[in-house]
Ligand binder design. Structure first.
Ligand code: PLP
Length: 369
């Protein structure tokens, strides 16, 4: 993918914010509890390698990713820490994982059996058993199945039974009934476990911030590291999260439109009077969604409406008065004391900030401060 380095549009990532969001949470953990930073999806759009470097300095002792290729990216960059792949990979990749000391998530005995066909003799694959306590996504569903899997693993030195975990679907909600139900199922699983493996982990950001759950000894810390409240606006984070991502550009064209003149595809916006209009070099191909027509950006501390359809690579905004070409425009972040958060963008798009952050495409240059 071509990165737009010769244009003024950029995602600016504040590394000190990420550091602080991790270090603060780390300091709240009980002694002996490790923090694995979740850096899947290019570090939620922030850049996998850069985030991993900061996380390491802030006290993360391992990483979680979604797919094997993300784990390999970290290994190629020289990270030696434990890495857990949270998704189920196809058993044919078991040997690549074993060779690279990448831990696999397993949700069935059948997976283990198939993996043995691929594992080279000298190789041992570390596995984390996923328990489905109510997420309904992956994992063992009944304690009896877990017992069988643990028994199966006891006889096999092709595997190292390194971890056991579950994932909560409503840890970010004020209503804790479903969370409690999942805790109940978790306890039923734990009751049949003869010995605890090295890692027992149940906490994503929300669980770690708002629950004291299950005596885990590792957390899978994700979105909060990037300065985003996992609950959106429902719950208050116990410390100040610092958003790490801003998105800025500069106007490439400025003109006065006469009253009655229309803007962009479909001519969906018509000037009600003579209006100053700025053109920005960013569009939906950058992950700045088309449905953001009618939302706003910041110019010199003032909110300016996005007028007309957002195009693939450009979009137009209405200005209060003439501005010079090259004037800085903030699409996400702070500008002269005013702010547009990823949450604001997500609200306008009827989605969550997670989707906006990881939806920014590779074409956007990322710069680090
Ligand atoms: C993505 C993910 C996390 C991190 O979740 P956040 O809400 O970003 O903290 C933790 N565990 C699993 C299994 C995940 O898929």
């Amino acid at each position: 993918m071509t990165i737009g380095i010769h244009r003024p549009t950029q995602l600016v990532i504040d590394q000190s914010a990420i550091f602080q969001n991790i270090a603060t949470e780390k300091s709240r953990l009980k002694p002996g509890v490790e923090l694995f930073q979740v850096v899947k999806a290019n570090g939620y759009g922030h850049g996998i390698i850069q985030v991993a470097r900061v996380a390491e300095k802030a006290g993360a002792t391992g990483f979680c990713v979604a797919i094997l290729d993300e784990a390999l990216t970290l290994r190629e960059a020289g990270f030696m820490q434990p890495i857990l792949v949270l998704g189920i990979m196809e058993p044919q990749y078991a040997d690549i994982m074993a060779a690279q000391h990448i831990s696999a998530t397993v949700g069935s005995i059948q997976w283990l059996e198939e993996a043995t066909r691929y594992l080279a003799d000298a190789h041992q694959l570390a596995v984390h058993l996923a328990l489905d306590t109510g997420m309904g996504r992956i994992g063992f569903q009944h304690p009896a199945e877990l017992s069988q899997a643990v028994e199966y693993l006891e006889g096999k030195n092709q595997f190292d039974f390194e971890g056991i975990f579950t994932h909560f679907s409503k840890a970010d909600s004020a209503d804790t009934a479903y969370f409690q139900q999942q805790i109940g199922r978790w306890e039923a699983f734990m009751a049949v476990l003869p010995t605890r493996p090295k890692y027992v982990h149940v906490s994503n950001s929300a669980t770690s911030l708002w629950h004291d759950a299950c005596n885990g000894n590792m957390i899978r810390y994700g979105v909060a590291a990037y300065g985003l409240n996992p609950s959106g606006t429902e719950l208050t984070v116990p410390f100040d999260l610092k958003p790490a991502m801003s998105l800025t550009t500069k106007m490439t064209f400025v003109k006065e439109l006469p009253k009655g003149y229309s803007v962009s595809y479909g001519a969906t916006y018509t000037a009600q009077q003579d209006e100053w209009v700025g053109t920005l070099p960013i569009g939906y191909a950058d992950g700045y969604e088309r449905r953001l027509q009618g939302f706003h950006v910041l110019v010199n501390g003032e909110y300016c409406e996005i007028i007309g359809r957002v195009c693939m690579d450009q979009m137009m905004i209405r200005l209060p008065h003439e501005y010079p070409v090259g004037t800085i425009v903030t699409l996400v972040g702070e500008n002269h004391g005013k702010t547009i958060s990823l949450q604001d963008v997500a609200d306008y798009c009827s989605t969550i900030h997670y989707e906006i952050a990881c939806g920014f495409t590779q074409r956007l240059k990322r710069t680090y401060k």
